[in-house]
Design a protein around this ligand. Structure first.
Ligand code: UDP
Length: 239
């Protein structure tokens, strides 16, 4: 297993929406436990794991603005939602004995320590899971962009985007039954085909800084390990 895997440090993006599991809102504790278990196995393989979680299960600034919320305050509510999810994951990891720490993009001690590259890397090198909460700390961004930013800053080998779909398709497979999956795709093809994989700010940052992305179905337990072992599931994005 060790030989097949060439990743030393990964940035794992988990969607807030997936945390809902079968619920309509909030956090499904079964889903949380499955995630924590997969992350624990990754750590046991010797991989350094940094995690960014979304907040869409609780609040999204853009949907808030559509309901009349101030966009900046709505985005701040969204960023706080990612902190809530991060604390939930931290707690689930700690319950399994997995050492971890929550860093926040916005100062809010003692909920988490203020993010700094050095602090994150020191913890990763000591074998701790580092949960990077609060997105980029700025409105008008998303946690996908937070993931690409942190992945690049922390010199991750890859950004693993865990979703509920098993990769990138020619069209939305939940709407179009003729959609086919890519095993591999270039950043440029994502633009040219207008594919909605992640927002373009995040895709562009990855492209400009040569951070490959693997989009895979994180909601099937064990898939994270399959990706880390080099099994070709999901879609690989590169040049
Ligand atoms: N957000 C933000 N800046 C960031 C990251 C997130 O303002 O750097 C806000 C934004 O309002 C977003 C919400 O937090 O809608 C939740 O994040 P996201 O939608 O990325 O979560 P996901 O869809 O992955 O659950």
């Amino acid at each position: 297993i060790k030989e097949m895997n060439s990743f030393r440090r990964v940035l794992l993006k988990l969607s807030g929406e997936s945390l809902m599991g079968t619920k309509q809102y909030g956090i499904d504790t079964d889903r949380l436990r499955d995630y924590a278990q997969d992350i624990q196995s990754a750590v046991e393989m010797g991989i350094q794991v940094a995690i960014v979680i979304g907040g869409g299960n609780i609040f999204r600034g853009l949907s808030g603005a559509a309901q009349g919320f101030d966009r900046v305050q709505g985005d701040q509510m969204g960023m706080l939602a990612t902190v809530i999810n991060s604390l939930a994951l931290s707690s689930a990891l700690s319950a399994r004995g997995v050492k971890n720490r929550v860093l926040t993009a916005i100062r809010m001690e003692p909920i988490g320590e203020f993010y700094a590259k050095r602090r994150a890397i020191d913890a990763l090198e000591a074998g701790e899971v580092v949960i990077l909460s609060g997105g980029t700390g700025n409105p008008f961004f998303t946690t996908d962009t937070g993931s690409s930013l942190r992945g690049i800053e922390l010199e991750a080998d890859v950004m693993l985007k865990g979703t509920r779909v098993d990769g990138i398709y020619t069209a939305d497979p939940e709407k179009d039954p003729t959609a086919t999956k890519f095993d591999r795709i270039t950043y440029d093809e994502i633009y040219n085909r207008g594919l909605k994989v992640m927002d373009l700010t995040a895709t562009t940052m990855c492209r400009e800084n040569n951070l490959p992305i693997i989009v895979f179905d994180m909601d099937t337990p064990g898939n994270l390990l399959r990706v880390l072992r080099g099994e070709s599931i999901g879609t690989y994005v590169g040049f």
